[in-house]
Design a protein. Structure first.
Length: 336
């Protein structure tokens, strides 16, 4: 809520004091949850609201936002997911993973939370009963204790278990996998969709991530088991026992993904600064290009709802002139 109620009056006051020959500073909001967002984020005083789904768009309209202010481009994601990756088998070879083996990736965020140890054990126990070999990649994040514990365990010979700590190549690991087990973080879900991964959701943060569960389930590319390791293992086993199901869910995930979301939002912000306004509401991703002219000296205020799985620092900002504060999640006033 502070991302709306504090910066907007400040920007309004700045516009009152701004010289008459300069354009007003616009205020935009980037909502980065997939299935729903808290109603206080939808302030009618904002100039543009970027949302990731029709569900969030409908919520914005219900809260009084004029449809022409809403742009639905998808969820902003990191650059490594903007383009297609190498083939699955090529990446497995480069990453030292088993070849020609169905692979499930298990992760719970950068801190490696969410009962990963118990879930990993149940998945291996279930898959070990199958005649064919399989593979489990566990991302423990910064949880070194869990990583050491899992690495010391003796696993069945027909399940290749790979334990990873904090990784900077999640895009490659996802591309090398066949399905993903994770909590309902919007950033992870959006990235998995781009890589065409069927998803098993094991948990969600009440409130913030609750809406992401029906987004995945209703989208047809994932299931929700709750924090029940046995149920998670059964879901993975069901995926790996039905190639047609796995392929269909993979196609549905990729078909609903938006790898261009970040660049579309950035281009739209540039067009706002050039005073190029859309005549109709922006509902679905559209192609746009920035004119070859110099940007006038102007400012842009941005509020953004950060997903729990996304942590951006000035060195990893969406653009050189836009930086997001991991602790505050908003930009009071960013110069462009």
């Amino acid at each position: 809520p502070l991302c709306q109620h504090i910066p907007i009056p400040i920007v309004q006051k700045m516009n009152e004091l701004r010289p008459a020959n300069k354009q007003p500073i616009p205020f935009v909001t980037v909502v980065t949850d997939l299935g729903g967002a808290h109603p206080t984020w939808f302030d009618t005083r904002t100039d543009r609201i970027y949302v990731a789904s029709e569900s969030v768009r409908n919520t914005a309209i219900q809260k009084g936002i004029v449809p022409s202010k809403i742009a639905c481009y998808g969820l902003p994601i990191r650059p490594s997911f903007w383009k297609p990756n190498k083939s699955k088998e090529t990446l497995r070879k480069e990453l030292g993973l088993a070849q020609n083996t169905k692979t499930v990736m298990l992760m719970g965020g950068g801190d490696g939370v969410g009962g990963l140890g118990n879930i990993a054990t149940e998945i291996v126990n279930k898959l070990s009963k199958k005649t064919e070999n399989s593979q489990l990649v566990v991302i423990c994040g910064q949880n070194k204790h869990l990583g050491d514990k899992l690495s010391a365990m003796k696993w069945p010979s027909n399940v290749n278990v790979v334990i990873k700590g904090f990784c900077n190549n999640i895009d490659e690991l996802m591309s090398a996998s066949d399905c993903l087990v994770t909590k309902a973080g919007p950033g992870t879900i959006a990235e998995a969709m781009i890589r065409g991964l069927p998803i098993v959701l094991s948990s969600f943060l009440p409130g913030q991530e609750a809406g992401n569960v029906p987004f995945v389930v209703d989208g047809g590319f994932g299931v929700y088991t709750g924090n029940k390791p046995t149920k998670v293992a059964e879901a993975v086993n069901r995926y790996f026992s039905d190639d047609s199901l796995l392929k269909r869910m993979s196609s549905l995930a990729q078909a609903q993904s938006h790898p261009d979301a970040t660049t579309l939002i950035a281009k739209d912000l540039g067009l706002m600064l050039l005073d190029e306004k859309e005549e109709k509401p922006v509902i679905t991703p559209v192609k746009s290009s920035v004119r070859k002219s110099k940007l006038r000296s102007r400012q842009l205020a941005v509020a953004t709802v950060l997903p729990s799985s996304l942590s951006l620092s000035p060195s990893r900002s969406l653009s050189p002139s836009l930086s997001l504060s991991p602790s505050q999640g908003f930009i009071p006033s960013a110069a462009i």
